[in-house]
Write a protein that binds this ligand. Structure first.
Ligand code: SF4
Length: 321
């Protein structure tokens, strides 16, 4: 027997083949646009077992799934007219990035499409969400089929109606997923780069052993050519490892022919990692070097550090909160 929540994992075109276009459209409107949640969903949606607020607009919600496992979503503070929700695609993660709390716990399981869509549906009940980022728990390209389906549902005109540019998939560098997204163009792309050469990247991101940095950059050039969209590169600044002047110069050379923007993320400390946060001067110098070579560069203001909701700090084990 199907679980009532499975309806959130169904795209409208599939429902249409069973009940016709009008009923499928009305069902979508009832689920996604009605001010009152459909009664069959109320008792079956993931339940928030903990909600933490940092007092500055960041809200982290820990969800309990039907099998008892937990995932997290983070609502980031409003910036201008933007209100961004960071969602999870897996329980845990197999990628084992050294700097990431989620990576420490390994992969427990993929999320179903319905569990991805449910995070957005529930969080959008009392907040107007303008942007979605797959930067919560998990590597979205490792759960590609469910993520693709979720994006299709989230973009439906009769559903939550997000545009491609409003949804960003962030990957640690799984090249097959990047190339598939280049073909299908259902979301924007961000890549967690975090290093300027193979030696450093392989130390902190084991995925680099399978997909080395130059192959990754080549795949991103294919993505840019096919989509005509720049790539967002995320770069974690780790003191003494990725944040020096030489690191910046090497990074400039690596990405010289790649249309991209760089978002610098000064490291957020947590007890289970060995890294240090660089000083503000080090961060500013790194950004200045990139900007002086013409690279569009931003520095992420880490909100939510006091509730472990910043990048690399999500983990579903509630004892980490
Ligand atoms: S940074 Fe992303 S890909 Fe890497 S371990 Fe954490 S959740 Fe997985």
């Amino acid at each position: 027997m199907k679980h009532p929540l499975d309806i959130l994992g169904r795209i409208r075109e599939d429902i249409e083949t069973e009940v016709g276009a009008v009923k499928a459209k009305n069902l979508f409107l009832k689920i996604y646009r009605s001010p009152v949640l459909a009664s069959e969903l109320i008792d079956n949606l993931p339940s928030p077992i903990r909600v933490l607020d940092d007092g500055f607009g960041t809200k982290k919600v820990l969800w309990k799934l039907s099998d008892g496992k937990n995932v997290e979503s983070v609502l980031l503070p409003q910036v201008g007219r933007h209100r961004t929700l960071c969602i999870s695609s897996q329980v845990g993660c197999a990628m084992a990035c050294e700097f990431c709390l989620t990576g420490k716990q390994g992969l427990s399981r993929h999320l179903k499409t319905s569990e991805i869509v449910a995070q957005v549906l529930l969080m959008s009940r009392d907040t107007k969400i303008t942007n979605l980022v797959f930067m919560g728990m998990g590597e979205p390209m490792h759960n590609f089929a469910a993520v693709r389906r979720a994006c299709h549902i989230l973009r439906d005109d009769y559903g939550l109606n997000f545009s491609r540019r409003q949804i960003t998939i962030s990957t640690s560098g799984l090249i097959p997923g990047i190339l598939a997204l280049a073909e299908e163009k259902f979301a924007s792309l961000a890549v967690s780069l975090n290093a300027s050469n193979d030696s450093i990247r392989s130390q902190i991101m084991p995925v680099n052993l399978k997909y080395p940095i130059h192959q990754l950059i080549d795949a991103l050039k294919v993505y840019v050519k096919k989509t005509r969209q720049r790539v967002m590169l995320e770069y974690v600044l780790l003191d003494g490892l990725t944040a020096s002047k030489n690191n910046a110069l090497e990074l400039i050379e690596l990405i010289q022919d790649l249309p991209c923007k760089i978002n610098l993320l000064p490291w957020n400390e947590h007890s289970s990692a060995r890294f240090q946060r660089p000083s503000e001067d080090t961060v500013d110098n790194f950004a200045t070097i990139l900007r002086s070579s013409g690279i569009s560069t931003t520095i992420r203001q880490s909100r939510g550090r006091n509730i472990l909701a910043a990048c690399g700090q999500l983990a579903s084990a509630s004892n980490t909160i």
